[in-house]
Write a protein that binds this ligand. Structure first.
Ligand code: SF4
Length: 184
């Protein structure tokens, strides 16, 4: 348990949340990790034309210990999956994952035994980006959406409250076959 979990609720916590969210979203450092064709678009995002440096993110880190954003750009093979997980585990926390493109999000057109059918089987994904490949503008849009998500991250007692609410909603929800009436 870290310091974040021990923060008491109240007006001070809300202020700390806002400050931490602003600092975290303004200092995202991506790990250098490209898997396939989508990685070319990811690299293009850092060029002068698209200028990812406007968000302070032009420096892709060579070491996972200096990175807190993993952009999974491309299809993930079963052979590569343990490496992806190891890099994720070595990244500094708090950390975020962006699944870039149809292949990273769902396996894409590669519905076969060699490709992982969505990287969320291997690492927790915070945001999915559709497309084959998504253009650099789409990647920047996904990063801006992720910034909003990070800014709204709750800490301490507020986070514990959200987790309780989400778990209660999950327990109260009906099984999919009852909603769709498939087995009725
Ligand atoms: S989504 Fe398309 S561009 Fe991206 S890795 Fe798959 S095949 Fe390549």
């Amino acid at each position: 348990m870290g310091l974040e979990e021990k923060l008491p609720s109240g007006i001070m916590l809300t202020t700390v949340e806002k400050l931490a969210g602003y600092i975290r979203k303004s200092s995202l450092w991506p790990a250098s990790f490209g898997l396939a064709c989508c990685a070319i678009e990811m690299m293009a995002t850092t060029t002068a034309k698209y200028d990812l440096s406007r968000f302070g993110m032009e420096v892709f880190r060579g070491s996972p210990r200096q990175a807190d954003l993993m952009i999974v750009a491309g299809r993930l093979s079963n052979k590569m999956a343990p490496v992806l997980r190891q890099i994720y585990d070595q990244m500094a926390g708090p950390k975020w994952v962006l699944a870039m493109g149809a292949c990273a999000s769902s396996g894409g057109m590669f519905n076969n035994y060699a490709i992982v059918q969505g990287v969320d089987h291997i690492v927790p994904v915070d945001i999915y980006l559709p497309g084959c490949p998504p253009r650099p503008e789409m990647l920047m849009n996904a990063i801006i959406k992720l910034h909003e998500q990070i800014s709204d991250t709750k800490l301490g007692a507020n986070r514990a409250q959200i987790i309780r609410e989400v778990e209660a909603a999950a327990l109260a929800s009906k099984p999919v076959h009852q909603i769709t009436g498939l087995l009725a």
